[in-house]
Design a protein around this ligand. Structure first.
Ligand code: NAP
Length: 297
C-alpha cells in the first residue's frame, strides 16, 4: 500500500540526480514538493520551482538537503546548478522550528550550522535500513569497476572481501553468485560462520595477510587502515585493490603504487552508478518517517 503524505509540504534544497528521484517519489506520495537550488528545467513534473529558497520555506513540514550535505566552504552539494546554493545560519533560521531536516551525511560545517540553529537533523546514511539497501548499488558498482579494470572475468577469479558488515556481506554474496572464488575476512566468529554458510571462504581477520597473495582482486570495506605498507608487501603486483571504505580509506595508496599494485578509492558508488535507485531508497525511508510523524508516532 502506498503511503499518503497529502497535506505536507516538503522543501528540497540543492541536490543531485538522487534528489530528483526523491522528489518524484515524494510527489507521487501526495506531498507538495517545493525545490530551490536546482535548475528549473531538471525538476520533475509536479514539483514547484523557486528561484529563492526563502520563498518556499514558510509552512514547510520537512526540508531535504543534498545527500552529501554541504561543502566546508558553505555551499549545498548541487552539481546540476550553475551556482550552488549557499547554506547559512540566516537561511537555517527561516526553517519552521522543530521540522525534520533530512541529509545523507552531515560534515562538520553543516553539523555546526545545525547545532547553532537548533535544526533537527536526520542523517539518513547512518540508518541501518538505508545502509543495507545502499549496499546493493555499492556492490554492483564495485563489481562493475572490477570488470572494467581486470583483464579476467569475475567468474573463475579469486576475490577477497575485507569486512563483512552491510557492504561486505552484500558484495561477497554477489561475487560468490557470479562464480568468483570468494574469500571474506571478518573478526567476529558469527560472521565467519555465516560466511561458511554462504559457501564462501571465511578468513579470520588476523590471518588476512597470509591469504592476500591468492587474490586477483581485493575489495576493502573496513574503514580503518588495514592494507598498510607492511601488509601490502604480501600482495602480488597485478592484483587490483578497490577500496570502498570512506575517505581516507583503508589502503596505503602511496605504498601500493610504489610496489606496482593498482589500488583505487571508490567513494559514493550508489550516487554514481544508480542515482535513481539511490534516491528511491532514501525517498522510501523519508516517506515512512514523515508518515509516522504525521500519525503522531
Ligand atoms: P559496517 O556495516 O559498519 O561494516 C564495517 C566492517 O568493518 C565490519 O565488518 C567491521 O567488523 C569491520 N571492521 C571495523 N573495524 C575493523 C578493524 N579494526 N579490523 C577489522 N575489521 C573491522 O559498514 P558498511 O556500511 O559496510 O560500510 C563500510 C565502509 O564503506 C564505510 O566506510 C562506509 O562509509 C563505506 N561505504 C562506501 C560506499 C561507497 O560507495 N564506496 C557505500 C556505502 C558505504 P566488526 O563487525 O567486527 O566491527
Amino acid at each position: 500500500m502506498q503511503i499518503n503524505l497529502k497535506g505536507i509540504s516538503i522543501v528540497v534544497l540543492g541536490g543531485d540526480a538522487r534528489s530528483l528521484a526523491m522528489m518524484e517519489d515524494l510527489t507521487a506520495s501526495g506531498a507538495v514538493v517545493n525545490a530551490a537550488g536546482m535548475p528549473a528545467d531538471v525538476i520533475p513534473a509536479g514539483v514547484h520551482y523557486f528561484s529563492e529558497p526563502e520563498a518556499c520555506l514558510a509552512g514547510a513540514g520537512a526540508v531535504i538537503l543534498p545527500v552529501p550535505g554541504m561543502s566546508e566552504k558553505g555551499y549545498l552539494h548541487s552539481p546540476l546548478a550553475a551556482q550552488p546554493l549557499a547554506f547559512t545560519e540566516d537561511l537555517a533560521a527561516r526553517f519552521p522550528p522543530g521540522i525534520p531536516v533530512f541529509v545523507g551525511v552531515a560534515g562538520p560545517a553543516l553539523a555546526k550550522i545545525a547545532a547553532n540553529s537548533g535544526l533537527r537533523l536526520i542523517e539518513l546514511m547512518k540508518m541501518n535500513e538505508v545502509a543495507i539497501l545502499n549496499s546493493i548499488p555499492t556492490a554492483e558498482g564495485a563489481v562493475q569497476m572490477a570488470m572494467e579494470m581486470l583483464p579476467i572475468t569475475i567468474h573463475g577469479s579469486c576475490a577477497f572481501v575485507l569486512g563483512f558488515g552491510r557492504t561486505g556481506a552484500t558484495l561477497a554474496r554477489l561475487l560468490g553468485s557470479m562464480g568468483a572464488r570468494t574469500m571474506v575476512a571478518a573478526r567476529r566468529p558469527e560472521y565467519l560462520a555465516r560466511i561458511t554458510e554462504l559457501n564462501l571462504t571465511p578468513v579470520p581477520f588476523a590471518d588476512m595477510p597470509h591469504y592476500l597473495d591468492e587474490a586477483d582482486v581485493i575489495f576493502n570495506t573496513v574503514p580503518v587502515p588495514v592494507l598498510t605498507g607492511e601488509v601490502l608487501e604480501k600482495v602480488h603486483p597485478g592484483t587490483l585493490i578497490i577500496d570502498l571504505a570512506s575517505a581516507p580509506g583503508g589502503v596505503d595508496f602511496q605504498r601500493a603504487e610504489s610496489i606496482g599494485v593498482k589500488a583505487v578509492l571508490a567513494p559514493g558508488l550508489p550516487g554514481k552508478v544508480a542515482p535513481k535507485t539511490a534516491g528511491r531508497i532514501l525517498a522510501k525511508v523519508v516517506i515512512r518517517l514523515l508518515h509516522e510523524e504525521m500519525a503522531g508516532n
